[in-house]
Design a binder for this molecule. Structure first.
Ligand code: SF4
Length: 228
């Protein structure tokens, strides 16, 4: 696999669980604000067995593993293999994805390899493709619809829609919240360049206008659930 990194113990990637996190290198979306820009491209090829051993070495510390990136679903074979190996170790399996490869999500959920998906939704659908400079909106909509169906059917235990929100883009949120439907909604503080990030209180206000439960995630306060 094209390897991006490994964190043996994390308490921020899956609230309520200690997990280890595997980063897959490479993401075609290339957001300017990406926190993991150093692994958006490049190559560090590793044997899947080597990464499996990294997960195994964390087994006594954690109850789950999160696959992140980069975009893990860009590498479906190593991802599925590592998810299956994690399952065999008795670990819960989480995935952080931008949703541009819905067929891979179908496969992973269909094979009962994943317990939790955190799906990035970056803008209202009408603005998606111009923002990302590629035609991704249909793929992400398909991923979102599939996650909603899977949660309803009970084949996916948990799914949250994650919005990385920047000052000046607060009006996007009601559109995304409508699209998220009954899935958990996270407003995450976006940080880019010289624009001051929205504070926890400002994000809470954006959430309150939605009249629904919202999780607000900031550097100052971590994750706080507001019940709407
Ligand atoms: S989609 Fe996610 S991983 Fe890819 S560039 Fe954007 S923020 Fe980074």
């Amino acid at each position: 696999m094209n390897f991006g990194g490994f964190v043996p113990l994390s308490t921020v990637d899956w609230r309520g669980r200690a997990v280890c996190t595997v980063f897959f290198r490479g993401c075609p979306v290339r957001c300017s604000y990406c926190h993991n820009r150093s692994i958006q491209e490049g190559e560090d090829l590793r044997d899947v067995k080597e990464v499996e051993e990294m997960i195994r070495s964390s087994k006594l510390l954690v109850s789950g593993v999160v696959f992140s990136g980069g975009e893990p679903t860009m590498q479906p074979e190593p991802l599925a293999t590592l998810m299956a190996a994690s399952r065999e170790m008795g670990l819960a399996v989480g995935l952080q994805t931008n949703g541009i490869f819905p067929r891979v999500l179908h496969r992973l959920v269909g094979e009962y390899l994943v317990d939790r998906i955190a799906l990035d939704v970056k803008a209202r659908w009408e603005r998606y493709d111009s923002l990302l400079k590629e035609k991704y909106s249909h793929a992400v909509q398909e991923s979102l619809a599939f996650c909603q169906e899977s949660v309803e059917a009970g084949t996916l235990a948990e799914c949250e829609v994650v919005v990385t929100l920047f000052r000046g883009y607060e009006d996007e949120v009601p559109h995304i919240a409508r699209a998220a439907g009954k899935l958990d909604l996270v407003l995450q503080q976006g940080v880019e360049g010289m624009v001051p990030p929205l504070t926890a209180a400002e994000l809470k206000k954006v959430g309150e206008r939605l009249k629904r439960p919202v999780k607000v995630r900031t550097r100052e306060e971590g994750e706080v659930l507001h019940c709407g």
